[in-house]
Design a protein around this ligand. Structure first.
Ligand SMILES: *Cc1c(COP(=O)(O)O)cnc(C)c1O
Length: 363
């Protein structure tokens, strides 16, 4: 089998070594005579899987002891609702930084639950950048400030994070968690659907400061309360056991790669190959994000004059050459290469070469 050059946005590439290990353990998990999927989530075996994944995440991200790690279901999209449900008590507002499609969805959902205020928006600049700290206005009654660390569709990523004295920062890191070291203690909560940088779909990782989830409003159903899952160590109901297991394998793989500082260097090296082609194309390729804010996870670009015919040709020819997933999101069009942790340098080098040759053939 030849592996495709997989640039899918999500679900996305998973390291081959991880897939191979899962395959080796698939039918008979550690000699139990059954697959992990066939086992009770109350078994000692699964409890170990659950605990080891948490411990590894804590180690890799250097998560302080006063933070809980939760494995939930419903994707990052369910977090868009759970956050205002759990944190917006009477008279409080959620402050949201609007940097594009995903931030917009979080805002829309918060408005269903309570008061959501847009603390800053880069819409006027076509979401090509992140806002400067001086542009962000947080209301007095803010329960939290929410931002999207990496806009998966727009390709814009915070390189440093704003800090707020009067409200905890909550970050949707679905598409760049574990891609670089960050200081978890600067955040009240971090969450991410697994299917971009952590493994398969089906589990959402939540890292949350304990004091913030001590008392959720009593009116929320049990499954939608953070304290329910925190008290039960993510075993309140049947967890997505196979997905959590896969996340554990991905975390081991990251550790084997040398951790987050090493991965950050690798990701910068990978994306430089492609961004260099864009920058040196004399305007044939045009990046969608400002250079200083462009993402190391989702490279978004157009072909000159937003030539949709040529973009279609690019996609068609790239597919014939073994590349997958280079079509931009249907909401914005254009082209996108998602270069998550598990996408190897070789795939990026091959894409850079293809892009150069495509330009030569078409200009
Ligand atoms: C993919 C994505 C989501 C949605 O995740 P689901 O798990 O499909 O709900 C939310 N936010 C960001 C930044 C994403 O990339």
């Amino acid at each position: 089998m030849t592996r495709a050059y997989n640039f899918n946005a999500g679900p996305a590439a998973i390291p081959l070594e991880v897939l191979e290990q899962a395959q080796a353990q698939f039918i008979d998990y550690e000699g139990a005579g059954m697959a992990l999927m066939e086992m009770s989530h109350r078994s000692a075996t699964y409890e170990k899987v659950n605990q080891e994944a948490q411990d590894l995440l804590r180690e890799l991200m250097n998560i302080p002891d006063n933070y809980k790690i939760l494995f939930l279901q419903g994707g990052a999209s369910t977090q868009f609702a759970m956050i205002p449900m759990n944190f917006l008590s009477e008279g409080k507002a959620g402050a949201y930084i609007d940097t594009g499609a995903w931030a917009g969805k979080a805002i829309k959902e918060a408005k269903v639950i309570g008061e959501a205020v847009v603390a800053a928006s880069t819409k006027e600049d076509s979401y090509m950048r992140t806002p400067k700290a001086s542009e962000i206005v947080v209301p007095e009654n803010a329960a939290y400030v929410h931002l999207t660390s990496n806009e998966t569709i727009g390709g814009v990523q915070y390189k440093t994070f704003p800090e707020f004295a009067n409200a905890p920062l909550i970050a949707d890191m679905s598409s760049d968690i574990l891609s670089r070291p960050i200081d978890v203690s600067k955040f009240g909560m971090i969450y991410a659907g697994a299917q971009k940088n952590l493994g398969p779909s089906g589990v959402t990782v939540v890292i949350v400061r304990e004091d913030l989830i001590a008392e959720s409003p009593k009116t929320i159903p049990a499954m939608l309360r953070y304290d329910t899952h925190a008290k039960a160590n993510s075993l309140y109901n049947t967890p997505p056991s196979f997905a959590v297991y896969m996340v554990g394998l991905v975390l081991k793989w990251i550790k084997g790669k040398g951790g987050l500082a090493a991965l950050e260097q690798y990701n910068l090296e990978k994306t430089a190959l492609i961004y260099n082609v864009i920058d040196e194309s004399n305007g044939f390729y045009v990046g969608c994000a400002n250079q200083e804010d462009r993402s190391t996870m989702n490279i978004t670009f157009r072909i000159k004059d937003k030539d949709e015919e040529l973009e279609k040709k690019f996609i068609k020819e790239s597919e014939a050459a073994g590349f997958v997933g280079l079509k931009g999101h249907r909401d914005v069009g254009g082209l996108r290469a998602s270069t998550y942790n598990a996408v190897p340098l070789e795939s990026c080098a091959a894409l850079a070469q293809f892009m150069k040759e495509f330009q030569q053939r078409n200009s």
